[in-house]
Design a protein around this ligand. Structure first.
Ligand code: SAH
Length: 468
């Protein structure tokens, strides 16, 4: 983050605006919304500001800028047409440690003014840190249409009932669950449709009716997809945003993790290969223990939980222990990664079936590695084979497929971190893919795709991740 977003209380505090034109007027009106004591300093004022002076809404000092005018101000805005004056204001404010904003000159600012969506007391601020103000405004437009105007009223309603809810529910967790239900259910709908009295009565009734004992926990077994957060399902996102604790492993992308509720406790159970990874049995029991504490546990996995994800084992333990759960499918690597690599997994001319398999190595003597798979079944014509966890065994896999009947010239690809900005695709055939992959220094996670469909990438590649 280039700057820290904060909301500053300036009610009654002296805020100085240098400049008396139209731009200054806009800034003054924003400061007045936050009930600041505004002083405008300028040689002359535009009509709008003059009217505000006459109405006693702002103070006016008719003068050229002097650094001493800033003494005692909590913030300063420079809105003149003169670059030298704006620079002088910026320097003077910085020398006195007063936050300063200079309109349209990011380099002179110590703070910027965001685009805002005002649903007071709820206020959403959007900033692109000067990189793309138009984009920030477009985002604001979207939010304006998505968030009903009455959200502010809903916030005031909840303020009025805060104490009653606190008295009813001793622990913060049950309070939060109660409020989440309220804000997403019929009481909120009543507010949105303007029936505030009915909403008040319904909320009072709901508090009375609610069981004040701690809520029962639950586990959400959620597929986080292959990396690109846009590939999450709506349900995944909703549950990610209401969990109390998130148990995740290394495959879940940073961008997806960003969407987990900020306040949720994060437990990483799958660090890098050679570091500590919690054994599966312990993960199963951890989920049970957390749910039994009454928590809403998000078990977040890369791809789909039921495809090489051991999700089945986890819910088996949950069932045995009577813990309620939901399963949310995710886009598995085979789907997401092949799409983003421009390789359709089936094609009328090249492949009528597609097999997903693991290429995970089994070490027999601690040194040599073999991959024990049903090779004859994999080495069939007109079939695409997608191999998960195959980076280390790649050379073995190619050798075995050739040995069991596939032509050495069968096209094959290996994709690193598919669907993410770090996606790398290496294409070859069964005879040279391993060497090419070694040369490209690919890192996990990598997915291998074998079959004539790989050729289609020449025409269909569409996703070009960024270059840095
Ligand atoms: N449940 C997951 C798979 C877990 S096994 C799913 O449905 O996708 C881990 C393997 O998945 C990795 O070794 C790799 O082969 C594959 N994988 C997952 N995400 C990937 C990605 N973004 N790019 C390439 N391979 C990926």
């Amino acid at each position: 983050m280039e700057s820290l977003p904060i909301f500053m209380r300036i009610k009654g505090a002296r805020c100085v605006v240098i400049g008396g034109g139209e731009v200054a007027t806009r800034k003054v009106s924003m400061l007045l919304k936050a009930e600041a004591a505004v002083e405008v300093i300028a040689p002359e004022l535009c009509d709008a500001l003059n009217a505000q002076v006459l109405a006693n809404e702002i103070q006016f000092r008719q003068a050229l800028f002097e650094p001493t005018q800033l003494t005692g101000a909590v913030l300063v805005i420079a809105a003149t047409d003169h670059e030298d004056v704006n620079t002088a204001v910026s320097n003077a404010a910085k020398a006195q440690n007063i936050p300063v904003n200079v309109v349209d000159s990011p380099a002179l600012c110590t703070f910027t003014m965001p685009s805002i969506v005002d649903r007071s007391p709820v206020v959403i601020a959007i900033s692109s840190n000067g990189a793309a103000p138009v984009l920030a405004r477009l985002i604001r437009g979207k939010l304006e249409t998505m968030i009903p105007a009455s959200y502010g009223r809903l916030a005031y309603l909840s303020r009025d009932f805060r104490d009653a809810v606190k008295a009813k529910f001793a622990d913060t967790q049950s309070r939060r669950i109660f409020w989440e239900k309220t804000f997403q259910g019929p009481i909120a709908e009543l507010m949105f449709s303007g029936q505030e009295r009915a909403a008040n009565i319904a909320l009072a009734d709901a508090i009375k009716a609610e069981d004040s004992k701690a809520q029962h926990g639950e586990v959400y077994l959620v597929g986080g997809g292959p990396g690109d957060p846009d590939l999450l399902t709506f349900r995944a996102l909703r549950l990610m945003q209401q969990c109390d604790v998130c148990v995740y492993d290394k495959l879940v992308s940073k961008e997806v993790m960003e969407l987990v509720r900020r306040d949720a406790e994060l437990i990483n159970v799958g660090k890098a290969r050679d570091q500590h990874t919690l054994p599966q049995e312990e993960i199963n029991l951890l989920l049970v223990a957390l749910a039994k504490e009454g928590k809403r546990v998000l078990r977040l996995k890369g791809g789909d939980p039921f495809i090489f994800g051991r999700g089945g084992e986890e819910i088996e333990t949950l069932m045995e222990n009577g813990v309620p759960f939901q399963v949310v499918p995710g886009i598995t690597a085979a789907n997401g990664v092949s799409s983003y690599a421009g390789i359709p997994l089936t094609h009328r001319d090249y492949a009528q079936s597609c097999v997903f398999t693991t290429g995970h190595l089994k070490s027999k003597d601690g040194q040599s590695h073999t991959v024990e798979l049903d090779w004859p079944a994999l080495a069939r014509p007109n079939q695409t084979v997608v191999i998960y966890m195959g980076l280390i065994g790649l050379e073995q896999i190619c050798i075995q497929l050739i040995k069991h009947g596939l032509d050495a010239t069968t096209p094959a690809a290996i994709v690193q971190q598919g669907t993410t900005p770090k996606q790398k695709v290496v294409v070859g055939d069964l005879s040279d893919l391993a060497a090419k992959a070694a040369l490209a220094e690919l890192k996990p996670p990598c997915l291998i795709i074998v079959g004539h469909v790989v050729k289609l990438r020449e025409k269909l590649a569409w996703f070009e991740p960024r270059l840095d």
